[in-house]
Ligand binder design. Sequence first.
Ligand SMILES: [Zn+2]
Length: 446
Amino acid sequence: MKRMMLGAAAAMAIAAGVTAWAQAPAAAPAEVVTYIQAGALLDKPGSRARGNSTIVVRGGKIAEVRDGFVGGEAGSKVVDLRDKYVLPGLIDMHVHLFSTGRPLESRLAASSQDNEDDAFEGMRNARRTLMAGFTTVRDLGSEGPAIIALRDTIASGDLPGPTIVPAARMVSVSGGHGDVNGYNRTLTKAYMAERDNVCDGADDCRRAVRRQVSHGAEVIKFAASGGVGSNVAGGLGRQMFDDEMKAIVDTARLFGRKVTAHAHGADGVKAALKAGVDSIEHGSYIDDEAIGMFKSGKAYFVPTMLAFQSVVEQAKRGERPVASANKAFEVEKIATKNISHAIKSGVRIAFGTDSGVGVHGINAREFKLMVDAGLPPAEAVKSATVNAADLLGRSAQIGTIEVGKDADIIAVTGDPVADVTRLQTVDFVMKRGTVHKLTGKQVLVD
Ligand SMILES: [Zn+2]
């Protein structure tokens, strides 16, 4: 009935000469069905993998998951991954897509690089991240308008990249980890004029959160403690007061946003947990009291061990200013031991790399570091799929391969649970039903 009425309306429009030149609208193209034939299917990480299976993808979504190999009717596509392990697209809880991972170069470039250079850098890093098998990322610190533009261009399908959940800028205090630092006074003044993420006092911190939301932040991040990367000799302990943290969390909740805190010092970790955050990033000095708070609450711990490795390597190469290098060496001594203790104590872990501190596209190296720190391999894979989706509040869309979810699917050679380093070489990437990476002769019928 509806169709008939539309038809009548179109005929009337043509009769009236409004669209007399237009062709009748073509029938919508038949929806392409893709059959992904998987040798083994780790559809729900944390559970056992299935044997030979076929995932039916329609309209960017998972329409069916069937046993054995099926598909191949006229007009459909078959992706032959019969000798591969197929699993959900990976999710990284902590990246900075506009950061190069080359700190020395970045500081030199600060005086010569324009927004256009930054834009292409972000596009390049997004592409590398997707090709590494990461179909969703949480960007925890980029210029608001830039990361939103990148998110939207990728979402439109015009640019290859992961789904981005942006935080815009990290909310921080004056002199804190997210403040402008390490530049001459002319550059500092210019950068500060653009920043609206720095706040002092509870009211001002409410403003800073609201500004990030107004830019389009989908999650709020704040710096509860000092940071390794900032050129401030202020240590790695807590740098924000209780009322400031509480104001940040409460304001974020009013807008329906989740909150994560950058925190190294145990005092910062505990204060942020007490304020009610959903996750803690880094946690290098995490202690038993903090571990107890994690276990009695619902927050996730995002250890970002790859970032520790990157900053230490950069500091050794002389690429970091003295204040930053000293903090890197200080953290190196204790972080792995403390994080390992937290992991072995059963704290809930979500996968994050802080890529942008180091280069992009090597995110999957974090898996090995997690396993070396005592996380069972199956749990490591779960941390980058099921757990990360939960932390994002997107378990209904991503994190497993189940009917109705987004067709975010990757494949590797060999069992990734038996050897997590296999996740460092990804042979197939599909995001929302679009194939972005194929190696070998996997398309049988086209
Ligand atoms: Zn970070």
